[in-house]
Ligand binder design. Structure first.
Ligand code: PMP
Length: 299
């Protein structure tokens, strides 16, 4: 597998960034080293997708951003409507039709102390670019993942429902995945149940029933997860949100991940074990096709 090579990933120098109300060249889109987002990971963000010039479920993303901000007592200095307009402005400035949008709200410039009360105005910036998270062949053949030894943040320490700029918990698990030669790692929660992956939600299929951990397992409420649950209902496929164990993973007929960047991707191997037949199963293939149709028709 051609794995993350160190660092060929300089941003496109022609990229334009929406930054605090202005469109600026990427070289001028800078954040102070005193911003608490840099000093402490103190900020919130969203990863969003556009298809055919239309942003997929923008309202759901902006609502989640507002919830994340509220949870960390950060006041976003813009209304939801202003944010929506800004997202489209960032896309327009880069002629993005099918793309990926990263919307970030930082705590703002402060002192070297932790206190968020001693920060000035939050910064808002929006990157509208392209993304290809996983190689195309993995969508056809399925991907291998591992179980991470790093558990997901305890919900009473840092709720996984907050999409904060502090992703170290996920990055530690991601490092384990990459060290093992795979792209994703399954993270369990403090009770030992399956939670989610480092940047994706997880689903299983067993005896024709689609299963996924509940939000109370300590996971991000994925926008793609919700969309896929709706597709499952439309197909009248039996569905259960339930506590899942490592055993459930190993005996599943199918497994797949969902996420804004990943979309819907089959998992065919976990911890070196083949899942089901070891090939993408009929339900995930159906849901991948349904998801394609959904985004083609505006979400
Ligand atoms: N879990 C985590 C930890 C994530 O970072 C993401 C990606 N944002 C997801 C799940 C999937 O959520 P969504 O479908 O909203 O992208």
């Amino acid at each position: 597998m051609n794995f993350d090579q160190p660092n060929q990933y300089a941003p496109n120098p022609n990229l334009k960034i929406w930054m605090n109300g202005k469109i600026v060249p990427v070289a001028e889109a800078t954040i102070s080293i005193f911003d608490h987002c840099i000093l402490y990971g103190d900020g919130v963000f969203e990863g969003i997708r556009s298809y055919g010039g239309k942003v997929f479920r923008l309202d759901a993303h902006l609502r989640r951003l507002e919830d994340s901000a509220r949870a960390i007592r950060l006041t976003i200095p813009m209304t939801r409507e202003e944010l929506a307009t800004a997202v489209y402005d960032a896309m327009k400035a880069n002629k993005i039709v099918d793309g990926y949008i990263r919307l970030v709200v930082t705590r703002g410039v402060g002192t070297l102390g932790l206190s968020p009360n001693r920060t000035a105005c939050p910064s808002v910036f929006i990157i509208a670019d392209q993304i290809a998270l996983y190689p195309q062949e993995l969508y056809e053949q399925g991907m291998a993942v591992i179980s991470s030894s790093v558990i997901r943040n305890h919900p009473n320490a840092l709720s996984a429902r907050i999409k904060s700029c502090n992703y170290i918990n996920n990055i530690l698990a991601k490092i384990e995945a990459l060290d093992a030669g795979v792209y994703e790692a399954i993270m369990y929660n403090h009770l030992g149940y399956v939670a989610e992956c480092t940047g994706d939600n997880i689903f299983l299929v067993r005896n024709g029933v689609v299963q996924t951990p509940p939000i109370t397992a300590g996971i991000l409420e994925g926008v793609t997860r919700d969309a896929v649950i709706e597709l499952v209902a439309k197909r009248k496929i039996p569905f259960r949100e339930m506590e899942l164990t490592r055993h459930d993973l190993y005996v599943a007929d199918e497994c797949f991940l969902t996420g804004t960047a990943a979309e819907v991707i089959p998992v065919t191997q976990i911890d070196g074990r083949p899942i089901g037949t070891g090939k993408p199963g009929p339900i995930v293939r159906q849901l991948m096709a349904d998801f394609r149709e959904l985004v083609k028709h505006g979400g």
